[in-house]
Design a protein around this ligand. Structure first.
Ligand code: ZN
Length: 340
């Protein structure tokens, strides 16, 4: 089947698990209740995707407080008690953990989640991990004193996790690299290599997600400075086209990305963002279909996967569910048109 739908990764959490519409929202349960609550939330996130008709599903990232820091919390060599304030993505200040020694994976992080998701659905499943550069950009390094060196250490750790996710049943392992839209020189110098190292040896599909961020104020303000055309992808896509990564997830809906840049990804699967996550208006299926049709001028249908622009964790649940339905419905409209 062509035009299979998927999502960038995250979905909102139930209000009994974490405060809605908030990034880094603290858990509202503890101990065994929290563990049970996370699993129940995964069941609900999965049910929403299945009932909406999403083809390649995720766990909705229901077990994570944040897409980067929750992974880092499971590493040795990082101090979470004495946080430092740093500017992340060159955009906004955040209190982040500090690298104080050699980093190592203390335990599998999301492997049990994927094993659970695998047991709950027959659909293809995707697991998401932070990318090495985005990890480096979400902490303060007081040990390696080199973004590249630390990224390569993280790549090795991510590779251990990714191989176990594959064994646990993941059909796709995706690395989230929003930092790839900010540090273009580093992407060319070592970012792609670190990403490939993180994905080395995987037989399942590998993906990278590169976006312009959630709909938070710092990102909306940043987007206003980017001018009438967002051409960040222009320098990264040719490098990714030559890389061993199979799929690229990117932002299209309501963005100022010139769609002809998608042609630079020739040969890759393209996860086309046809759902805007920065507003609370549910798209009409016809709008989603229009975005897919526009992307099809530059990406062959057999390589195109309608997707969301980014994670939907900061949205109200009902809005996110509406957007899932619009995504599936919009893809179905185009499928009907092209007769598949
Ligand atoms: Zn994103």
């Amino acid at each position: 089947m062509l035009l299979q739908t998927t999502i960038a990764g995250s979905l909102p959490k139930p209000a009994w698990l974490a405060e809605p519409k908030k990034l880094w929202a603290p858990w509202l349960l503890e101990g065994t209740l929290l563990e049970e609550g996370k699993r129940d939330a995964m069941r609900l996130a999965l049910a929403d995707q299945e009932s909406a008709g999403i083809d390649i599903v995720t766990d909705g990232e229901q077990t994570r407080r944040h897409f980067v820091t929750t992974f880092i919390e499971n590493l040795e060599g990082v101090d979470f008690r004495n946080k430092r304030t740093v500017r992340i993505r060159n955009r906004y200040d955040a209190d982040v953990p500090v690298v104080v020694g050699k980093v190592a994976r203390a335990r599998p992080v999301y492997v049990e989640d994927i094993r659970f998701l695998r047991s709950q659905t027959k659909r293809r499943i995707k697991s998401t991990l932070p990318g090495p550069m985005t990890m480096v950009d979400t902490l303060y390094d007081n040990h390696y004193k080199s973004r590249e060196k630390l990224a390569r250490e993280f790549a090795a750790i991510l590779n251990q996790e990714a191989r176990e996710l594959e064994r646990a049943g993941a059909d796709v392992v995706q690395f989230d690299e929003p930092a790839f839209n900010v540090y273009m020189d580093e992407v060319a110098a070592w970012g792609i290599e670190a990403l490939e190292a993180a994905a080395a040896g995987l037989k399942c599909k590998t993906a990278v997600h590169i976006c312009y961020g959630y709909g938070i104020k710092a990102n909306i303000d940043w987007k206003k400075t980017l001018g009438s055309e967002w051409r960040q992808y222009e320098s990264t896509f040719p490098l990714l086209a030559k890389s061993r990564i199979d799929q690229v997830s990117l932002e299209c809906a309501n963005s100022r990305v010139p769609l002809e840049l998608l042609a630079l990804l020739e040969g890759k699967d393209v996860l086309v963002g046809a759902i805007d996550v920065a507003n609370e208006t549910v798209e009409r299926p016809e709008q989603v279909a229009a975005t897919i049709r526009a992307a099809m001028k530059f990406v062959p249908a057999e390589k195109l996967y309608p997707c969301t622009n980014c994670g939907m964790v900061p949205l109200p649940r009902e809005i996110a569910l509406g957007k899932l339905r619009a995504l599936a419905y919009g893809a179905a409209l185009v499928r009907r048109e092209i007769g598949v």
